[in-house]
Ligand binder design. Structure first.
Ligand code: SAM
Length: 205
């Protein structure tokens, strides 16, 4: 998976490649799907949600430009796989999920792996995690209708927000960097298809 799907397609950051080599992706899907866990596609995880394609996980993690030790927020815990990858690189990961059963299941796997630097909370992540802000990196793993303003405001100076933005079916991965108190740069990186970000500042359920 790492050689063919990541390195061969241009993912170069050694921290990302090492993290994705280390995290056992098959533990984050149902037993019946474990033989497909390292395939080049997203997979269902229940509740009409998905674990993202490995390439997308690698691409978005690389886009956060982590060097190690940072404080990171993930919106959309899902299976917990992306949080585990972030947890191999960052100092602390805060991950929020709106569906309690997915958060419970993710917590179980993360505990089984012995992770100690990943916090999972059930909440509407379109508000971020105010009490833990600011973050050096924020990753949204569901498609937003617009760049969530609350998340921008929770970035530390120099912090990066990586978020898919578009309509309910297709989005573009965008990277927003906090350059100053009220100064942000925006880049469009890559086309993608995520399940919708549902919440007060996202799509309606
Ligand atoms: N990162 C996940 C993983 O590694 O398995 C995949 C995430 S899945 C593509 C998108 C997740 O975002 C779903 O679990 C969905 O319930 C969650 N989600 C959607 N809207 C949300 C919101 N407002 N707050 C928190 N989670 C949300």
């Amino acid at each position: 998976m790492v050689e063919r799907q990541l390195r061969n397609r241009g993912i170069q950051d050694p921290l990302v490649l090492e993290a994705m080599l280390a995290v056992p992706r098959h533990l984050f899907v149902a037993e019946a799907l474990q033989n497909r866990a390292y395939g080049d596609c997203p997979l269902p995880i229940g509740e009409r949600q998905t674990i993202s394609q490995p390439y997308m996980v690698g691409y978005m993690t690389e886009a956060l430009s982590l060097r190690g030790g940072e404080k990171v927020l993930e919106v959309g815990t899902g299976s917990g796989y992306q949080a585990a990858v972030l947890g191999r690189i960052a100092g602390k990961v805060y991950s929020v999920e709106r569906i309690p059963e997915l958060a419970r299941q993710a917590r179980r796997v993360l505990d089984r792996l012995g992770t100690t630097n990943i916090n999972v909370k059930v909440t509407d992540g379109t508000f971020g995690w105010e009490e833990q802000a600011p973050f050096d990196g924020i990753m949204v793993t569901a498609g937003a209708p617009h760049i969530p303003e609350q998340l921008k405001q929770q970035l530390a100076p120099g912090g990066r927000l990586v978020v898919p933005v578009g309509d309910r079916l297709e989005q573009k991965v965008m990277r927003i960097v906090r350059r100053g108190v009220n100064e942000f740069s925006e880049e469009i990186l890559l086309g993608c298809r995520f399940v919708p970000l549902i919440g007060q500042n996202g799509w309606k359920d």
